[in-house]
Design a protein around this ligand. Structure first.
Ligand code: ARG
Length: 402
């Protein structure tokens, strides 16, 4: 059994109780490691530190991983237009591998022989934590107290009180929420009935469209080689770009998703998300690719995007296929440079303009004006040969044979 574990610490009820529980039941020293991927609010760091200490952690670390998360995880996902099952921008799935990288580094710093997480046995997050740990540090054990302890929420609240862990949790918990810069994931409670429409209360970064400004507005997103670099002509860093879009786009009531998705462990689950910035950025990026990527490259890329999304969802961020597919995606981004104008209307966000210095849109070819550059006479032979096989079939075996 491990002697010292670095636990992915959220500051919530489960991971707080887990700190003390692991010490009591398994006799391990716990280093609490909170990795900020955009979920921490002003002043929350202090609360997290106090709680972890009260719960008995021998050491607490709070790591600001926002820049790195945006640059090394969100950008590659954006470049792959990564949407699981065509919809979900992989909010939680993308954060786990960066958290694991920090847990492993922290384990090395603190001479730990294990890392730990607070996931249950029914979800995807355990898969992501454990597969990434196995790949990055096969010598480390993975401890999953919540999967082992068989405690109800009420039991946890009682234990927290008994152990004097200051936590404002109640025995009733309406939702399970996970959030970071890329969006928010909301599960449980009334949402478990896939027919019940989601109530307003768990939403926090998107308005209801009826509360959005009634006048539409435009936002111009500029990309340089597939990386967002400016908003409305003003250069912004990635974190700021995402934060600003969360506010504006979410403020227009765009970015809510309601879906039933297939978890890696075989369960279908009803999930509600709010992802204004990620969905808006993917929309803009996809649109810019429409004007900058050569046709066949774009079509092949669309196939690969599906696979990339599945790999991210399934905890395979650090697996070799992911690296290979990322290399392909990367090779397509060189000329994805230009601007997309997004229009925000209550509850909607869509592209209404795009321009790219090295775009492939050729007005002289595309125009229906008489003085175009397209060689009309080439089309006659081309179309005849294009249809030749089907025509031959028709004459011998199909409608033309009768
Ligand atoms: N279903 C999403 C995923 O697997 C979100 C999971 C979020 N976790 C949570 N504790 N609410 O990526």
């Amino acid at each position: 059994m491990a002697k010292r574990v670095v636990l992915a610490y959220s500051g919530g009820l489960d991971t707080s109780v887990a700190v003390r529980w692991m010490r009591e039941e398994w006799g391990v020293e716990v280093v609490a490691c909170a990795v900020d991927v955009g979920q921490l609010r002003e002043g929350e760091e202090d609360t997290i530190r106090e709680r972890a200490v009260a719960a008995g952690a021998v050491e607490v670390e709070v790591i600001d991983a926002r820049e790195e998360y945006a640059r090394d995880f969100l950008v590659p996902a954006l470049q792959a237009n990564a949407l699981y099952e065509g919809k979900y921008p992989l909010v939680s799935a993308l954060s786990r591998p960066v958290i694991v990288e920090h847990l492993v580094a922290s384990a090395r710093r603190h001479g730990a022989d294990a890392v730990g997480h607070g996931c249950t046995g029914k979800g995807n997050d355990q898969v992501r934590f454990e597969v990434s740990t196995r790949v990055l540090a096969p010598d480390l054990e993975v401890l999953a107290p919540v999967r082992n302890w068989g405690l109800s929420r009420a039991d946890c609240v009682e234990l927290a009180a008994k152990w004097d862990i200051p936590i404002g949790a109640t025995k009733e918990k309406l939702y399970s929420i996970d959030e970071n810069m890329w969006g928010r994931a909301i599960e449980c409670g009334v949402l478990e009935n896939p027919w019940s429409s989601p109530p307003q209360e768990p939403y926090s970064i998107t308005k209801h469209p009826k509360d959005a400004p009634s006048e539409p507005t435009d936002v111009v997103v500029q990309f340089d080689a597939g990386v967002p670099v400016a908003l409305d002509g003003e250069r912004v860093g990635l974190v700021e770009c995402i934060d600003r879009l969360t506010t504006t786009v979410g403020g227009y009531g765009f970015g809510r998703l309601d879906m039933v998705e297939n978890r890696r462990v075989g369960i279908k689950s009803r999930e509600v998300y709010e992802c204004p910035a990620s969905l808006a950025l993917i929309l803009a990026h996809q649109d810019l690719e429409g004007i900058t990527l050569e046709r066949d490259v774009m079509r092949e890329k669309q196939r690969i995007e599906i696979r990339v999304s599945e790999l991210i969802y399934d905890g395979m961020w650090h697996a070799p296929l992911m690296q290979a597919l990322r290399a392909f995606v990367d090779s397509t981004q060189q000329h994805v440079t230009g601007e997309v104008r997004l229009r925000l209307d209550p509850g909607r966000c869509y592209a209404v303009g795009r321009r790219a210095p090295r775009g492939l849109y050729d007005h002289d070819l595309a125009t229906y004006d008489a003085e175009d550059a397209f060689r009309h006479q080439d089309s006659e032979g081309f179309v005849r040969l294009w249809g030749l096989s089907a025509e031959t079939w028709s004459r011998r075996q199909g409608p033309g044979a009768r």
